[in-house]
Design a binder for this molecule. Structure first.
Ligand code: SN0
Length: 316
């Protein structure tokens, strides 16, 4: 594996999940692998779990870590070819990416969707420019259209908590006061399409995700019907894809409540965090024994560690 920008870059998902669970038993087992290697982590947006768990994973592999809050501390980057740079943008990504690559062996990037320019978001302008110009492995720490490190941690968590051989997994939209990206939901859908599971997506009409991603996955607009017999309820808000970035519905009827969880097969509650309590989910549900959000966050370390390990192994 050279780059990790999509869950499909992993090769065999089930194998990677098993390998991550092995790493979890003894996280220091590959401490020599990253010796003398450096990862640069560039954040164009806020982070808690991704920043700490990826740093920890790199350190478990013996790597040096450089973290930069590029969005607030770096020069504003230009991405257009041939741009006349007489505006606010100080540096072209052509130089920035090549310079960063002088200091590290892997570059990991967080660059959320703008939610205003669908074309640029869909083109993954930041990730694809770094891939093009840096010449070193690129890791996606949530891009405009995907968050594969999260989806891999979700797969690891479901493997640990599943009781049914073929679980029923529901991805449910829930209300949020802000317009949020599609990245987490997209990668979760792509990951679920690689699983042996009964997978259902539920959201209000108008909140359809990119059809190129959902493909043949089942969509059920009746949330209560979708919840029937579920083993996992994975919750996430996203803004409209069709009416790009719009919030059309902050309907509290979609909040995850204990009554709705009663419809399930004693389902585990999952969310990538950060979560808006009593908007997305009630306190009662997130504080219940069925909530596995903290265990899910813990698995972010092993998700990042298996990805970095694979890159170090194939890129020497
Ligand atoms: C991000 C998202 O993509 O939805 C990151 C999730 C890992 N979430 C937010 O930006 C939430 C911000 C908020 O104000 O609740």
């Amino acid at each position: 594996m050279i780059h990790f920008t999509n869950i499909n870059d992993l090769g065999n998902l089930q194998k990677a999940v098993q390998e991550a669970l092995e790493i979890k038993k003894n996280p220091m087992q590959n401490k020599a692998l990253g010796e003398g290697k450096t990862i640069c982590m560039l954040f164009f947006n806020n982070s808690l779990r991704t920043r700490l768990s990826t740093q920890k994973a790199a350190q478990n592999l013996g790597m040096n870590v450089i973290v930069m809050n590029f969005g607030s501390e770096g020069w504003e980057l230009e991405y257009e070819d041939g741009a006349v740079m007489n505006g606010s943008k100080s540096e072209h990504v052509k130089e920035a990416a090549k310079v960063i690559a002088q200091y590290c062996d892997i570059v990991a990037i967080r660059a959320f969707a703008s939610l205003t320019d669908k074309e640029k978001d869909q083109a993954e302008i930041v990730i694809s420019s770094f891939k093009k110009y840096a010449g070193i492995p690129v890791v996606n720490m949530e891009s405009a259209t995907g968050h594969p490190l999260q989806a891999l941690a979700d797969a690891i968590t479901m493997e640990e908590f599943k009781t049914a051989h073929k679980p029923k997994v529901v991805l449910s939209w829930a209300p949020h006061p802000k317009a949020l990206p599609h990245a987490v939901a997209n990668s979760f859908v792509e990951m679920m399409q690689l699983q042996d599971a009964d997978f259902v997506i539920t959201h209000p009409e108008g909140y359809e995700l990119d059809p190129d991603i959902t493909k043949n996955s089942t969509i059920e607009h009746n949330q209560e019907k979708a919840f029937e017999n579920a083993d996992f309820v994975y919750v996430k808000n996203w803004s409209s894809f069709k009416d790009y970035g719009r919030v059309m519905n902050s309907d509290s009827a979609w909040t995850i409540t204990a009554e709705k969880m009663q419809l399930t097969n004693n389902a585990k509650f999952m969310h990538c965090l950060p979560v808006r309590r009593n908007v997305i989910v009630t306190d009662e549900v997130i504080d219940s024994e069925n909530s596995i959000v903290i265990q899910q966050a813990n698995n972010r370390t092993y998700s990042a560690q298996i990805v970095l390990k694979k890159i170090l192994e194939s890129h020497g």
